[in-house]
Design a binder for this molecule. Structure first.
Ligand SMILES: *Cc1c(COP(=O)(O)O)cnc(C)c1O
Length: 420
């Protein structure tokens, strides 16, 4: 029996309608920008396995760092204990995060990073004896699949059975250049409802189809939120760690967030981990002689030393001249490629930022529609792992991808544009 066949006996896959889905593909090996399946076929990982393995799969420096760590200290409770990898990681992150960030809270994935930010925001106001429970969030945002994160996500059409149990959310459009409609909606919401926080994916809405919005417009919204005590939560789970060309997408904004959510590339695709950072002011609102005013939230694997070691090695790589040059190289290459397809009749939009390239095709298809599935198979047959979101084909490759590998991706996309 193949792995795919054995899989179907006991495994329930995420985001999958098992009655309709193809059997999953078994991957047995990964290196750099490449994946190999159980039949030995090679694929270029054009989306860095959901934007995690940015420094390449099985990166030697990260493997070594995790290996060293697991021989020294594998795991310890993080309530009442600490350890060097966590302390060092907090110092490194504070060094590169927006400069108002002061405290690091450890979680174990992107959804819980957002969940914690929402709970912190709600308790922040409660601790200050203010009754604020409404959360502002963008239309088509994606923030994860736990209850709070799911509530603030505007995207999912699959949340029907849970909607009665959601947080109170007011949805606002993303800011467009030259329009203050989004800003007006935020002002209106803040006047009408007791708003606790505003959660947003800065500049790029990943799951929505790599949709971009205006930096100046977002800064103006953040400014208004701050002026009214609404905590700004930047969900950088997708955008973090160099993908937009800067360490964080928040670096492009003139107003800094009160909290930042991190995961995905944080640990370079090696170990699950999430982080919620916040300002000193947020932290201070939990200091009190009453125990209950503290933040009573924990995950068993909070600050797992192996995750910290992977993250530290990842940050070293991110800051290296080689990796920064790679980011510029990919970014320029994306721009050059997008010029060649811009006017094509089947291309309705092409956009790039950093190593992110997104192309909207003139195709009618649902998010998991038949045409989208054919498009996915078209790429996989040609050894290219891309995961179209509806009619949006996007590329978000590991920084170490070679020029030849990039050209193969572009060539296959061009072929798809002609074929579909
Ligand atoms: C992936 C993602 C999440 C959820 O992270 P998980 O680790 O999958 O729970 C949250 N926010 C954004 C912006 C994401 O891209």
């Amino acid at each position: 029996m193949t792995l795919s066949e054995r899989d179907s006996k006991h495994i329930w896959h995420p985001l999958t309608q098992h009655q309709l889905a193809d059997a999953p593909l078994a991957i047995v090996k990964a290196q750099g920008a490449l994946l190999w399946d159980e039949y030995g076929k090679e694929y270029i990982d054009g989306i860095s396995s959901w934007y995690t393995a940015m420094y390449g799969h099985c990166n030697e420096a990260i493997v070594q760092a995790v290996h060293r760590q697991m021989q020294q200290l594998d795991q310890v409770v993080f309530t009442g204990f600490t350890h060097e990898p966590a302390v060092r990681l907090s110092e490194r992150l504070i060094g590169i995060l927006p400069d108002n960030q002061q405290k690091i809270f450890f979680n174990d994935n992107g959804s819980t990073a957002v969940e914690v930010a929402l709970k912190m925001a709600l308790q922040y106001h409660a601790n200050r004896e203010e009754k604020r429970a409404v959360i502002l969030a963008f239309e088509e945002g994606f923030h994860g699949d736990t209850f709070g994160a799911m509530s603030v996500s505007g995207l999912s059409v699959y949340n029907g059975p849970f909607e009665d149990h959601f947080l109170e959310v007011v949805r606002i459009p993303v800011p467009q250049k030259g329009s203050d409609q989004a800003l007006q909606r935020v002002k209106q919401a803040i006047e009408t409802f007791p708003c606790a926080a505003f959660v947003y994916e800065p500049l790029v809405q990943g799951a929505a189809g790599m949709k971009f919005h205006d930096a100046a417009g977002l800064s103006a919204i953040l400014e208004v939120c701050k002026a009214h005590g609404v905590l700004c939560i930047a969900d950088e789970v997708m955008t973090g760690f160099g993908k937009t060309g800067s360490y964080f997408a928040s670096d492009y904004l003139t107003t800094k967030p009160d909290m930042v959510c991190l995961s995905k590339a944080l640990t370079a695709g090696m170990v699950p981990m999430g982080i919620t950072s916040c300002t000193q002011a947020v932290f201070d609102a939990f200091l009190d002689s009453e125990v209950e005013k503290g933040f009573f939230h924990a995950h068993t694997y909070s600050a797992n030393p192996l995750g910290c070691a992977a993250a530290l090695a990842g940050i070293d790589l991110l800051l290296s001249g080689t990796m920064q040059a790679n980011i510029r190289r990919i970014s320029e290459s994306h721009v050059n490629f997008s010029e060649t397809i811009k006017g094509h009749s089947k291309v309705t939009s092409v956009r790039c930022l950093g190593v992110i390239l997104a192309i909207d095709l003139a195709l009618e298809t649902d998010r998991y529609g038949e045409v989208r599935n054919r498009l996915f198979r078209f790429f996989m047959e040609r050894g290219i792992f891309l995961r179209p979101l509806g009619n949006t084909v996007y590329v978000l490759p590991p920084f170490v991808i070679t020029n030849a590998q990039l050209q193969r991706i572009y060539g296959t996309i061009k072929e798809a544009i002609e074929k579909f």
